[in-house]
Ligand binder design. Structure first.
Ligand code: NAD
Ligand code: ZN
Length: 250
C-alpha cells in the first residue's frame, strides 16, 4: 500500500494535501470529535458558534484562550514535517488545511491555504480591524489576560478570526482551494473525518477531475469510499515512511 502510494506521488504532476484536526492530534492538540475533545462540561461544537459568542462572549473567549495556550505548547509532529519535505522535494504544490493551529507553517510548509482561519488572528466584531497576535508579539499577554479583548481602533469586542459552525468560509481561501483541487492529479487526505462541508468537497473535486486520492487516517472516514489508497494508521508514522519511499524513488 505504501509502495503504491509513493509511486503515485512520484509520477504525479500536481499533488496537494488536504488536512484536518487528526494531523495535529499527535502534537497534543485535541480534535473536536475525539475522546479527549471535551472541555469542562461543554462540547466544542457548542462553543464554536456565533450564537454562543453572542450569548456568552466570556465563556467563548475562555475556551479560545485555553485552546491558544494548548496550541502554543504544541510543536509540529513528523507528519507536518513530512508534508513540508514533500513540498521542498517539488512533489507537493500546496497544503489545504482545516486546522487553525499554524503548525504547517511552523513545520516549514510554504503554500498553505487556511480554510477555517487561524487561532492566532483576531478580528473586530464592528470594524475591519484584524491582528495576527504572533506577528505583533502580543500573544503571551493576550492569552493570560482575563479581560474581554477590545478593538484598539473602535473599542468593540474582538473575536477569534476562525470560522465557526454555521458561518461561511473565507471566499478567497475557498476559491483558491477549489482551483487547486481542480488542477491536482493527486490529493493526500490526512486526519479528517470528511464530514465538515464545504471543505470536504476538496477530495471529491480532485476525484471528479480524474485525480487520485491517497488517505491517511486511524479509522475510516467520509472520504474513504473514494480513496484509491487508504493507509490506516497514525499520520506521524505513515507520512514520514511515505516521504522516505518517495525520496528513494526519485
Ligand atoms: P476532523 O473532522 O478533521 O476529524 C479528525 C479526524 O482525524 C478523524 O477522522 C480521526 O479518525 C482522525 N485522526 C485522529 N488522530 C489521528 C492520527 N494520529 N493520525 C491520522 N488521523 C487521525 O476534525 P474535528 O476534530 O472533528 O474538527 C472539526 C473542525 O474543527 C476542523 O475542521 C477545524 O476547523 C476545527 N478544529 C481544528 C483543530 C486544529 O487546528 N488542530 C483542532 C480541532 C478542531
Ligand atoms: Zn473595531
Amino acid at each position: 500500500m505504501l509502495g503504491h502510494a509513493s509511486k503515485i506521488l512520484v509520477r504525479s504532476r500536481f499533488a496537494i494535501a488536504f488536512t484536518g484536526a487528526g494531523i495535529s492530534a499527535e502534537s497534543g492538540v485535541p480534535t473536536f470529535r475525539g475522546s479527549d475533545g471535551l472541555w469542562k462540561r461543554y462540547r466544542p461544537e457548542e462553543l464554536a458558534t456565533p450564537e454562543a459568542f453572542k450569548r456568552n462572549p466570556n465563556l467563548v473567549w475562555e475556551f479560545y484562550k485555553w485552546r491558544m495556550r494548548k496550541i502554543l505548547e504544541a510543536r509540529p509532529n513528523p507528519a507536518h514535517y513530512a508534508l513540508a519535505e514533500l513540498e521542498r522535494l517539488g512533489i507537493l504544490k500546496a497544503v489545504i488545511t482545516q486546522n487553525v493551529d499554524d503548525l504547517h507553517r511552523e513545520a516549514g510548509s510554504k503554500n498553505i491555504v487556511e480554510l477555517h482561519g487561524n487561532i492566532f488572528r483576531v478580528k473586530c466584531t464592528s470594524c475591519n480591524y484584524k491582528e495576527n497576535l504572533k506577528e505583533s508579539g502580543r500573544v503571551k499577554g493576550f492569552v493570560e489576560s482575563r479581560d474581554l479583548p477590545k478593538c484598539p481602533k473602535c473599542g468593540s469586542l474582538l473575536r477569534p478570526d476562525v470560522v465557526w459552525f454555521g458561518e461561511p468560509l473565507p471566499r478567497e481561501a475557498l476559491d483558491k482551494a477549489f482551483r487547486l483541487a481542480e488542477k491536482a492529479d493527486v490529493v493526500i487526505v490526512v486526519g479528517t473525518s470528511g464530514l465538515v462541508y464545504p471543505a470536504a468537497y476538496i477530495p471529491y473535486i480532485v476525484k471528479e477531475h480524474g485525480g487520485k486520492v491517497i488517505e491517511v487516517n486511524v479509522e475510516r472516514s467520509g472520504i474513504t469510499p473514494i480513496a484509491d489508497v487508504f493507509l490506516r494508521g497514525k499520520a506521524g508514522e505513515i507520512l514520514p515512511e511515505l516521504t522516505e519511499l518517495v525520496r528513494g524513488l526519485r
